[in-house]
Design a protein around this ligand. Structure first.
Ligand SMILES: Cc1cc2nc3c(=O)[nH]c(=O)nc-3n(C[C@H](O)[C@H](O)[C@H](O)COP(=O)(O)O)c2cc1C
Length: 332
């Protein structure tokens, strides 16, 4: 997730057992631009330096086949374990440039782009995956059609966020609407949208028939949650959940990692949203002090604040998260 799943966050997720992490969305044009600073930033976002200690898939966004193929070749040569094509981002600045979910409005063009990426990645032995929505809007739910064509072009796995682009993040993800994509392709389909706990993961898989789930916002302020959900599905051992001093240490290390990764000034700003999410996840005293955490600026004061705000916090068991707003539909 852009602005969230950066190197410090991915390092934490890897610590809880992730075997593969995915970069933030990287603009293909910037990856291959001749402007050195933009290019360096794009390549840093891809993080192929092995800093997380586990394989990295790189997600590319773009609207034209040629720069997408050039970026795919570049990241494949830099060691990407897989290349994911972004066909789901609803943001106006992305779709306005005809990238992200806007590609779903023109399947023929999208296919040329997919073929170009596969053409660059396949000879290098790197699989290509695709992330999409149900369609642009309710009148054009063309995910099954695009998925089938993408797989025929060589795509190895498809993730579907169960909303249309016009829904942005509103309403609830429609997991059952992912089932026609599962039926249309012989490759694994991953269900995404509003999955926050073991129970919602099970419900999403049951309603969609998907082989796996993807968790986005549910991992914010909860880098352990992916491991909890994997365990609830019987795919991983129970994660050791930090409490008290260990939790303070973990959040403190995340904070220090953000400062060193981005530099103190930018890092302190990036850290605020993560500290706010930790407070929302952990509740209690931490939640009561969320406003302070969101204003945190000076590193010494922030370190002291982390130590006192999270001192009594404990991670809830996975399915306690089903007390979240989607609890009703999980039970239904
Ligand atoms: C701030 C933010 C940034 C995101 N960035 C990306 C991205 O870079 N690539 C991507 O495929 N999806 C991105 N997403 C979408 C999520 O991956 C996911 O599809 C969506 O949030 C629904 O899943 P969730 O309910 O589990 O969050 C982003 C979502 C948010 C809220």
């Amino acid at each position: 997730m852009a602005g969230i799943t950066d190197v410090p966050f991915r390092r934490l997720v890897a610590r809880f057992g992730a075997g593969l992490v995915v970069s933030e969305m990287v603009a293909s044009g910037e990856m291959v631009t001749t402007r050195p600073s933009a290019r360096a930033e794009a390549r840093a976002r891809a993080d192929l330096g092995g800093e997380t200690g586990v394989p990295v898939a790189v997600q590319l966004a773009g609207r034209e086949a040629a720069p997408m193929a050039a970026a795919a070749a570049l990241v494949a040569d830099m060691g990407a374990a897989a290349i994911d094509i972004n066909m789901g981002c609803p943001a106006r600045k992305v779709t306005g440039g005809a990238s992200g979910a806007a590609l779903m409005r023109d399947p023929d063009h999208a296919l040329r782009l997919i073929e170009a990426v596969v053409g660059a990645a396949a000879p290098r032995g790197v699989p290509v995956t695709l992330k999409m929505r149900l369609g642009w809007d309710d009148d054009s739910r063309n995910a099954p059609l695009i998925a089938a064509r993408a797989v025929a072009a060589g795509v190895a796995m498809i993730t579907v966020h169960g909303r249309t682009r016009m829904q942005f993040y509103g309403g609830q993800a429609d997991w059952a609407a992912i089932a026609p994509v599962v039926a249309a392709v012989p490759v694994p389909v991953v269900a995404n949208g509003d999955i926050r706990c073991g129970a919602s993961a099970r419900a999403a898989r049951a309603q969609s028939g998907a082989a796996a789930v993807m968790v986005g916002r549910g991992a914010c302020g909860a880098p352990w949650r992916l491991a909890q959900i994997a365990h609830a599905q019987g795919h991983a051992p129970a994660p050791v959940l930090p409490r008290g001093a260990e939790l303070v240490d973990l959040i403190g290390e995340h904070y220090e990692d953000m400062l060193s990764h981005y530099g103190t000034k930018v890092g302190a700003r990036v850290a605020r949203k993560h500290l706010g999410w930790y407070a929302e996840t952990l509740g209690g005293t931490a939640l009561a002090r969320r406003a302070e955490l969101l204003r945190a600026d000076d590193p010494a004061a922030t370190r002291a604040l982390i130590a006192s705000a999270f001192a009594e916090a404990a991670v809830a068991p996975s399915d306690a998260a089903s007390q979240a707003p989607d609890a009703g539909r999980v039970a239904a």
